[in-house]
Design a protein around this ligand. Structure first.
Ligand code: FES
Ligand SMILES: [Fe+2]
Length: 405
């Protein structure tokens, strides 16, 4: 393993040290001042830092999974993976959405594949059958050498599908990998109330685009909060919008929500001819009609919420240097029902190809460069100040509270 702390004086941020979680590496990130250090660049490539993020940032916290409308009816199921873990999202006969590990409690086979509707799940390997709420209904011929059933009413509950903590806000399904006391409502702070009039629960996802990123999950999450890149990377696109940030109190510890006021239109489009959009949703609060929200729920969810729809990003870690970025376009059901929906929606998709394309390209370009032995401790200016907030939020969980630094 490379060791950058030897013979490099205080510049030990260059290469991964032997003790990557030692708070001494992050003093320049922790210090509050007029500028900050960024995370050492090995935090974007280190296996040990990544493992600590999985354990302390992702598994115990709420993560955006998908939209609940993928399973609209009782018995609907939709299989997917998140952070390399196979999962199944299921709507029960009680209409509740549940998320199970898609791993048979017998010998591990995928219980379901694809999507569909069913009354129960039968694992194809040895025909164990599970109810929509995950309970084991049957395990044929599962007897011991004396022909005595190995599973009966006394231990059947031990063989249910593993159910992950799951809750829904605004039509978004969130999961945790571990039971922790914080509810989704507590986690999201003031965001649900602040965005209530947008009625996210009445929107549907009409388009998903998935980017296989050769980049750490933080690359895109940081880019989303980076004001400094906009006049550079988006010089001829997003930067042509002129908006004014409307001050609002911070909505909570794990979330951000910033409103940028602008006279007309939606930042889900570009302010050029040929980008006609849908009218503002009538139900949005009057003071929110002229502008765009930029919301994040750490670690990986980001959402640009116009007066006409939403663009949702999910940056999902896969390995230290790869991630999956899912970009979802949402519009109100009433908009999707319009005769001209498909034609006008193309303007939004075209904008995304340009703007999201610019962000993806620059994130990949950054990832390609930061693994160099000559990479150094980054310095952040005021336009990048929100990156410091992300970094401290991560460090609070990965290496412990700032006071320990
Ligand atoms: S692995 Fe599923 S029933 Fe055996
Ligand atoms: Fe950007």
């Amino acid at each position: 393993m490379l060791n950058g702390s030897e013979g490099l004086g205080s510049d030990y941020g260059v290469l991964e040290p032997d003790d990557p979680l030692n708070p001494r590496h992050f003093t320049g990130v922790r210090q509050r001042g007029t500028s900050h250090d960024g995370l050492p660049l090995w935090c974007y490539t280190s296996k040990r830092f990544f493992d600590a993020e999985m354990e302390h940032v992702f598994r115990p916290n709420w993560n955006l999974l998908e939209r609940a409308e993928l399973v609209p009816n009782p018995g609907d199921y939709h299989t997917l993976s998140f952070m390399n873990v196979p999962l199944m999202m299921v709507r029960g006969t009680d209409r509740k959405v549940r998320v199970f590990a898609n791993t048979c409690p017998h010998r591990g086979a995928l219980v379901a594949t694809g999507k569909g509707n069913c009354k129960s799940f039968r694992c194809p390997y040895h025909s164990w059958v599970f109810a929509l709420d995950g309970k084991l209904l049957g395990a044929p011929a599962f007897d011991d050498a004396n022909d005595k059933p190995l599973i009966d009413d006394s231990n059947r509950h031990e063989y249910s599908l593993f159910e992950l903590p799951c809750d829904v806000w605004g039509g978004f399904v969130f999961i945790k990998f571990r039971k922790t006391p914080v509810t989704l409502a507590e986690y999201l702070g003031a965001v649900p109330e602040r965005l209530a009039s947008h009625r996210l629960e009445d929107m549907i996802c009409v388009r998903r685009k998935v980017y296989d990123m050769q980049a750490n999950w933080k690359a895109f999450a940081e880019n989303y909060m980076d004001a400094l890149h906009i006049p550079n990377v988006h010089r001829d696109s997003l930067a042509r919008w002129h908006g004014t940030r409307v001050p609002e109190p911070e909505p909570g510890e794990n979330v951000t929500a910033g409103f940028v006021g602008h006279e007309k239109g939606s930042m889900l489009l570009l302010p050029f001819p040929g980008y006609d959009g849908f009218p503002a949703m009538e139900h949005i609060r009057e003071d929110r009609k002229k502008g765009t929200y930029f919301m994040t729920a750490r670690p990986g969810m980001m959402m640009t919420l116009g007066n006409d729809g939403a663009l949702v990003f999910n940056s999902e870690p896969l390995t230290p240097t790869t991630s999956r970025l899912t970009v979802s376009s949402l519009f109100p059901k009433s908009t999707v029902a319009r005769d001209d929906f498909r034609q006008i929606a193309e303007n939004y998709y075209r904008r995304n190809e340009i703007v999201v394309g610019e962000d993806v390209e620059i994130s990949l370009r950054q990832a390609a460069g930061l693994n160099s032995p000559y990479a150094r401790m980054p310095r952040l200016c005021k336009g990048e100040v929100r990156l410091n907030e992300i970094h401290n939020w991560i460090l609070d969980r990965v290496v412990g509270p700032a006071a320990a630094a």
